[in-house]
Design a protein around this ligand. Structure first.
Ligand code: SF4
Ligand code: SF4
Ligand code: SF4
Length: 364
């Protein structure tokens, strides 16, 4: 299958994804104020264990290198979470876990034993008061887990898993970033990844989003420049989101040749297009309908090489689509109200994806 663009013919030699994001569950042990999962009414359910086995088998057969346990729920609430980790590790796969950290103390020892490569910790504050205001939980529980993880690593002389902090910046917590260097030092965190919030509606964009408030953007620039100096000189990594759409776009999933496996075995191109949702940018609300190319039980290689998926990936990888987030017609444009189609005739389309503009980042 190839894609013709004028005189150019683009083809892919990729037979299977190199990376997966696997959704073990859509349930969670927290109830955060800004939770997208609850707001769009996603019900809590767990993936059948035989589906996880099938994914692990296919990873072995197809040489899939990395699986990130993440999705629209908290993976550690999956009743067979550690079995799932071991199945994937036994299949020779690098495993990363994206977690809110509440259950980390209980599983830290086994994560080290299984040589999990990364714990991606979603945390929105480094002071107990702000953390509990946002998440309705105790930061101490997360800190205990991080302590436990560091102790386990040290006692076994292991460098893995490294800890990456994923921080969704809003007007409520932008100042909290100043406390990150202290947090990183205390818990041996290697990297800070900052993302803007993807607001579900105009209200969230007006009240919470940092990118729609010039003073918050200024504060984000100030604080990230302050902490970057410290972090670079102490060999920490940091990624800072853009606060405005830009000409350069890059689909993070296409760039890493990654696919998303939903809790029910459906295969989506990314986390953003896995479940129905809504989002708002420049106060234009849009509906996201799930984009599904097949199911795990068809074989991930078969799904990956379907012409429709190859064409979709090529367009996402090369940004062969219009850009709605900085289009002055967006407030009047009907196609931009959903991901069903765009003004160039692409269907479905990624033309208003905040991840490709690097406004938001997704752990994968
Ligand atoms: S940890 Fe994530 S999934 Fe769970 S309630 Fe909070 S925002 Fe929602
Ligand atoms: S461009 Fe965005 S919406 Fe499209 S596949 Fe990539 S991450 Fe998903
Ligand atoms: S679909 Fe086209 S006209 Fe409409 S907002 Fe997007 S880029 Fe602009």
């Amino acid at each position: 299958m190839s894609l013709r663009i004028g005189e150019w013919v683009v083809s892919s030699s990729s037979r299977a994804p190199r990376a997966l994001v696997l959704e073990l569950t859509t349930s969670c042990n927290l109830s955060c104020a800004h939770c997208f999962r609850r707001a769009v009414g996603i019900e809590g359910r767990h993936a059948p264990l035989d589906m996880v086995e099938l994914v692990a088998e296919q990873c072995r057969e197809l040489g899939i290198e990395r699986v990130t346990l993440s999705g629209w729920g908290e993976p550690t609430t999956y009743p067979r979470f550690l079995d799932a980790v071991w199945m994937l590790r036994d299949a020779g796969v690098e495993v990363a876990v994206n977690t809110n950290g509440i259950a980390l103390a209980r599983i830290a020892s086994e994560l080290v034993e299984a040589r999990v490569s990364e714990v991606i910790l979603s945390v929105d504050a480094f002071s107990p008061e702000t953390y509990s205001a946002i998440r309705g939980a105790r930061l101490e529980a997360v800190e205990e887990g991080l302590d436990q993880l560091r102790n386990e690593r040290e006692s076994r002389g292991c460098r893995r898993p490294r800890v990456v902090t994923h921080f969704v910046v809003t007007r409520l917590n932008v100042g909290e970033l100043r406390n990150f260097p202290e947090f990183a030092k205390r818990f041996a965190v290697s990297k800070l990844e900052i993302s803007h919030l993807v607001p579900l509606n105009r209200f969230m964009e007006r009240e919470l989003a940092c990118f729609s408030d010039p003073s918050c953007i200024e504060e984000l620039e100030r604080v990230s420049s302050e902490i970057s100096k410290y972090m670079f000189s102490h060999y920490y990594e940091i990624t800072i989101p853009r606060s405005r759409p830009s000409v350069e776009r890059r689909c993070p999933y296409a760039a890493k040749q990654a696919a998303f496996v939903r809790v029910d075995g459906a295969v989506a191109p990314c986390i953003f297009y896995a479940h129905p949702s809504t989002h708002s940018f420049n106060f234009v609300e849009r509906r996201v309908n799930p984009v599904i190319f097949g199911r795990v039980d068809e074989g991930l290689d078969r799904v990956w090489t379907k012409p429709s998926y190859i064409e979709f990936r090529a367009r996402a990888a090369l940004s062969i689509m219009p850009s709605c987030l900085d289009c002055h017609l967006a407030p009047y444009c009907e196609p931009t109200r959903s991901n069903e189609k765009d003004c160039w005739g692409n269907s479905p389309t990624c033309s208003h994806c905040p991840y490709s503009h690097r406004l938001a980042t997704c752990p994968l």
